[in-house]
Design a protein around this ligand. Structure first.
Ligand SMILES: Cc1cc2nc3c(=O)[nH]c(=O)nc-3n(C[C@H](O)[C@H](O)[C@H](O)COP(=O)(O)OP(=O)(O)OC[C@H]3O[C@@H](n4cnc5c(N)ncnc54)[C@H](O)[C@@H]3O)c2cc1C
Length: 484
């Protein structure tokens, strides 16, 4: 099958029979629904750009399984060049959407599961890797969008999965039979899942022997029987239902990815789609590998999003007549500096990547975790600077309906005008874009997406090799190692 374009992707979603709820209603057609369509357009762009001669080098790759041209979002990294191209692709697409286009989670889940199943088989004599390769070929050949389903609801965070009062707080295996397994529980914050074809389930945390029922990795269609998706609310999402476009800020592509709570109510998964079944010893490795790939992304996509925020902030400074003020220029420089620092980290962790035993390339995990740690701070600072320069109107503007109103529209236009050369509507549109990209849901994604800050600090400490650093210091200080 050939590479899908955006339209073919959207049409393919219409054939899904999935169980999606939003605002207390069952949604029959997510593709044409105003709540979902911005997210779907963002994902569709990842399909269209594979056909654009100016972007196809980044957005396509050659499958190492089949030798066919595939969408990069279904590719297994074969070199550090592939890792670098991933980051460049994410920045390029985010610059066009100004929001999340959702496909990196599944991309990272595919890469992590690929290498970890290989290592499991080597150590345990299982046959998960070949199963996974068959699944991957199916995904690549049909150019499918895969959601990466890691995060469990977790209930009481102070208790392990098996000690929760409600066992469903982590996805677990409730039955094994000759045909497959039955799983139960839920995954939360699932980016793009209502417009994905498949979901790849992974454990959330490292597990001990007592929790082996929770050691499960498997793939299932998003419309499998027993799967229910409950779409999450976002800041100002009801503006999509009002008609008009200015008040949405980014009417075409929305905010963040469109996340859902996905309930798995006794879902059957055939053995050919099961890639971990009780091998608790490998849960931690799968989590860490996925997390590092995912943290690599953030200096790519967030740099692309920041490019748009910097552009919007610069434009606001011009509309306000303050673009030449030295403090404003300095704040814009700081925004650029923070953005490029994020990008440097993502490029560096890619260049410093190395092959895993499976042959798939993995990022440098210390640098990848450092990037994501920076994102939890820098995007907040970039947004703060944007708020500073743009002015209070990003929080107080009247609605588009007031702007268009026959009686009072003239006042909105008159009193929200800045410099004479720019129409008031341009200033209002840009202010709404800043509002959309720098507040609420958009900010929280930078904090918790790909794991909360402490999760990165744990990985940073583990990777930091403090012993080597102590030895460097001891040598210079003239401290002799103890005689053995
Ligand atoms: C916009 C967005 C998109 C996302 N997309 C996806 C996705 O596509 N797929 C997916 O699988 N996940 C996704 N996530 C989930 C993301 O990985 C989680 O939000 C993140 O791992 C944090 O988990 P949590 O939200 O349950 O917060 P919590 O784990 O509750 O964290 C809250 C605080 O509690 C602390 N904490 C948690 N547990 C402990 C503990 N045991 N001891 C001490 N402190 C603790 C944390 O460090 C943090 O400071 C997404 C999240 C967001 C916000």
């Amino acid at each position: 099958m050939s590479l899908k374009d955006g339209n073919a992707y959207k049409e393919s979603l219409k054939t899904l029979n999935h169980n999606v709820f939003a605002f207390g209603e069952k949604i029959e057609n997510v593709v044409d629904h105003p709540l979902f369509s911005p997210h779907i357009k963002a994902a569709a762009l990842t399909y269209d750009l594979a056909h654009d001669p100016s972007t196809e080098d980044l957005v396509t790759a050659i499958s190492h399984l089949t030798g066919k041209k595939i969408n990069r979002f279904t590719h297994i990294h074969q070199s550090t060049e592939d890792l670098v191209k991933k980051v460049k692709m994410l920045r390029m697409i985010a610059g066009k959407t100004g929001s999340c286009f959702q496909r990196c989670v599944g991309f990272d889940a595919l890469n992590a599961t690929y290498s970890v199943t290989y290592e499991m088989d080597e150590e345990l004599g299982t046959d998960y890797h070949q199963r996974f390769r068959n699944y991957l070929e199916y995904i690549q050949d049909n150019d499918l969008m895969v959601a990466g389903a890691m995060t469990d609801p977790k209930g009481d965070r102070g208790l392990s999965p098996g000690n929760q009062k409600d066992p469903d707080m982590y996805v677990h295996i409730v039955e094994k039979n000759d045909k497959g397994i039955v799983i139960r529980g839920a995954k939360v914050h699932q980016t793009g899942i209502v417009n994905s074809h498949e979901m790849l389930v992974m454990p959330t945390i490292a597990l001990g022997e007592g929790d082996k029922a929770y050691a499960v990795a498997c793939a299932l269609p998003t419309d499998a029987p027993g799967v229910v998706h409950i779409f999450g609310r976002q800041t100002n999402d009801e503006r999509r239902l009002e008609g008009g476009e200015i008040d949405q800020g980014n009417a075409k592509y929305g905010t963040v990815g469109g996340e859902a709570l996905t309930v798995l109510e006794n879902v059957f998964v055939p053995w050919e789609r099961v890639f971990m079944c009780e091998e608790y010893q490998f849960a931690g490795l799968l989590v860490e590998r996925f997390a590092s790939y995912h943290r690599q992304n953030y200096g790519g996509c967030k740099a692309g999003v920041s490019d748009v925020i910097i552009g919007a902030t610069t434009a606001m400074a011009e509309y306000n007549g303050v673009a030449k003020a030295s403090h404003v220029r300095d704040k814009i420089v700081e925004m650029v500096h923070l953005t490029e620092t994020l990008y440097c980290g993502s490029i560096a962790c890619s260049c410093e990547g190395a092959p895993t035993p499976s042959g798939a390339y993995f990022v440098n995990p210390l640098l990848a975790n450092t990037v994501k740690q920076n994102v939890t701070r820098f995007i907040y600072e970039i947004s703060r600077l944007s708020h500073d320069v743009s002015g209070g109107c990003i929080a107080t503007l009247p609605s588009e309906k007031d702007l268009r109103h026959p009686e009072i529209g003239k006042y909105v236009e008159k009193y929200f005008k800045g410099v004479d050369s720019a129409p008031a509507e341009d200033r209002i549109r840009m202010a709404r874009l800043v509002e959309n990209m720098t507040g609420g849901t958009a900010l929280v994604e930078s904090m918790h997406g790909a794991g909360s800050p402490q999760a990165q600090r744990v990985m940073i400490l583990r990777q930091a090799n403090l012993g080597r650093k102590v030895k460097l210091a001891e040598k210079l200080a003239g401290i002799k190692p103890p005689k053995s």
